[in-house]
Design a binder for this molecule. Structure first.
Ligand code: MG
Ligand code: ZN
Length: 223
């Protein structure tokens, strides 16, 4: 009986995820699901992406972070629409995201960055209707994370190693990480980002721009 209930919850989530995804597609919006542990730098990466992309693109943010509205307030200083979700949950689901969509001017946006709850486990289990998944992963977390959280890394369109300025202080093998992700995931990009190097956001922004062009051309196979 319990199994049946769980199945219907997941089915409802799938249905709503499809509704969200269709809305993003109809409006030519690249919805990016940003996942990673607490403190791995999700908000920092979103800030850097806003700075890099805002001159040419229209950006909105759905902030699903667990604790308060600090991140949402910081991001709204860029003069972009930001919706804060009060989830009190360890992951976002499609209904949370669906409830935010009515508060965003989707017709007038190119990118929506969705900051998921800081957690490497269940955010991977709940489709929110995004079109692209970025998994963040900071150097201090150690180079064995892909082995511990295979579902998360198997789904990533791109993995962003963050806080890479700390590499000299940690025994972190980037090649080993790339190989362990490659065993789980046939098609992913790997980027290195440090907020101390403003140039390090450019390859990530270029990647997102190319994916946005695929959305605008309705060429979803290229995502
Ligand atoms: Mg955050
Ligand atoms: Zn959860």
């Amino acid at each position: 009986m319990k199994i049946k209930v769980l199945k219907s919850v997941l089915e409802k989530n799938e249905n709503q995820a499809q509704i969200n995804r269709d809305l993003f597609k109809q409006n030519n919006v690249l919805a990016v699901n940003i996942m990673g542990s607490p403190g791995c730098g999700k908000t920092t990466l979103i800030e850097a992406l806003i700075k890099a992309l805002k001159p040419s693109y229209r950006i909105g943010v759905i902030e699903g972070d667990y604790a308060g509205t600090v991140d949402a307030e910081k991001l709204s200083e860029y003069g972009i629409p930001v919706v804060q979700l009060d989830t009190s949950s360890c992951h976002l689901n499609a209904h949370f995201v669906g409830s935010a969509l009515g508060h965003l001017p989707l017709k007038e946006l190119d990118f929506v960055f969705i900051e998921n709850v800081g957690n490497l486990i269940c955010p991977a289990e709940f489709d929110i209707g995004d079109l692209l998944k970025l998994v963040l992963y900071s150097i201090p977390e150690g180079d064995d994370k892909p082995l511990k959280y295979p579902l998360m890394f198997s789904q990533a369109d791109a993995v962003v190693l963050t806080k890479t300025d700390l590499k000299p202080h940690f025994d972190f093998d980037v090649k080993k990480v790339r190989e362990s992700i490659a065993r789980l995931n046939k098609d992913f990009e790997l980027f290195e980002f440090s907020k101390k190097s403003s140039a390090s956001i450019r390859p990530i922004a270029n990647f997102l721009e190319s994916k946005f062009r695929a959305i605008a051309l309705k060429s979803y196979g290229d995502l």
